[in-house]
Ligand binder design. Structure first.
Ligand SMILES: Nc1nc2c(ncn2[C@@H]2O[C@H](COP(=O)(O)OP(=O)(O)OP(=O)(O)O)[C@@H](O)[C@H]2O)c(=O)[nH]1
Ligand SMILES: [Mg+2]
Length: 252
């Protein structure tokens, strides 16, 4: 039985690590065995136990001191070194045989997205887990209709780059999201009318031009609204991930 590999993805600070902790807690509550892999060599602390921690290979701080480089280059280089050790991750998963493996990814999303080793990693990891991405955005990224379109574009860019199925999450809903967010997400005609009312000029034309193809490609991608503060939506997210697991026939 191949485990499900859940990748928590998204821009810095949206709540990837917090959401991973909430999902792990719920997985354990449901008596499903799971394991956590930390692919972020830049994080300072983690709220869960891991079977593999990038910081055991190298930390961003150590690399900055060692190579006398800045934090951004150090992050890229550290992540590359971590991914070069990927066989260690595969071996631990094969040995422990959990039902779900959660992967926390670096805060600077471009480090994961554009690293030359990432496609190799994802293709090889597919031999030991069935990968699914959870693309996380936060309340600030969906503040209005135009921001939602730009964020959906980002989500699609992740999907096209990584070539894995993706669930989209809007996190930090406890901090407030537009009242009509669900309608904006589901009703393309309504989204267009809101963009028309919000924007003028070239920006409006650009965004309006994007919407039909964006929504066409996005298809019926599920969007889940979560808050790790209040716990809302976490079970919905877990159920969607679990359904994906069932759909591939590995867990009933
Ligand atoms: N209000 C609110 N804050 C949240 C929520 N989820 C996470 N946070 C807070 O957002 C901050 C960042 O959360 P993290 O889980 O570290 O986010 P991350 O995406 O892993 O951050 P990086 O790894 O640095 O990119 C922390 O202060 C969290 O407590 C939420 O649902 N609501
Ligand atoms: Mg994090």
């Amino acid at each position: 039985m191949i485990p499900l590999g859940v990748f928590l993805l998204g821009p810095g600070g949206v709540g990837k690590t917090s959401l991973m902790k909430s999902l792990i807690d719920l997985t354990v509550e449901n008596s499903i065995s799971c394991a956590a892999v930390n692919l972020d060599p830049g994080c300072s602390s983690l709220p869960f136990q891991t079977i593999f921690d990038a910081r055991d290979i190298v930390t961003v701080d150590a690399l900055m001191a060692e190579e006398k480089v800045g934090p951004n280059y150090a992050m890229i280089e550290a992540f590359t070194r971590v991914i070069e050790e990927r066989v260690k991750i595969f071996n631990i998963i094969a040995e422990l045989k959990p039902e779900i493996v959660y992967f926390d990814t670096p805060g600077q999303m471009e480090v994961f997205l554009f690293n030359r080793e990432t496609p190799v990693f994802l293709s090889e990891v597919s031999s030991c887990v069935k990968p699914i991405g959870v693309f996380i955005m936060d309340n600030m990224m969906v503040k209005d209709a135009c921001k939602l379109v730009v964020t959906e574009l980002l989500s699609l860019s992740f999907q096209l780059h990584l070539e894995i199925p993706m669930v989209t999450v809007i996190n930090k809903v406890d901090l407030g999201v537009p009242e009509d967010i669900d309608k904006l997400v589901k009703d393309t005609g309504y989204l267009i009318s809101k963009v028309e009312a919000e924007k003028t000029g070239l920006e409006k034309d650009l965004i309006l031009g994007l919407i039909p193809s964006l929504r066409d490609v996005r298809g019926s991608t599920r969007v889940v609204y979560t808050s790790t503060r209040t716990g809302s939506g976490i079970r919905d997210l877990f159920n969607i991930i679990h359904e994906a697991f069932c759909a591939c026939g590995d867990l009933t």
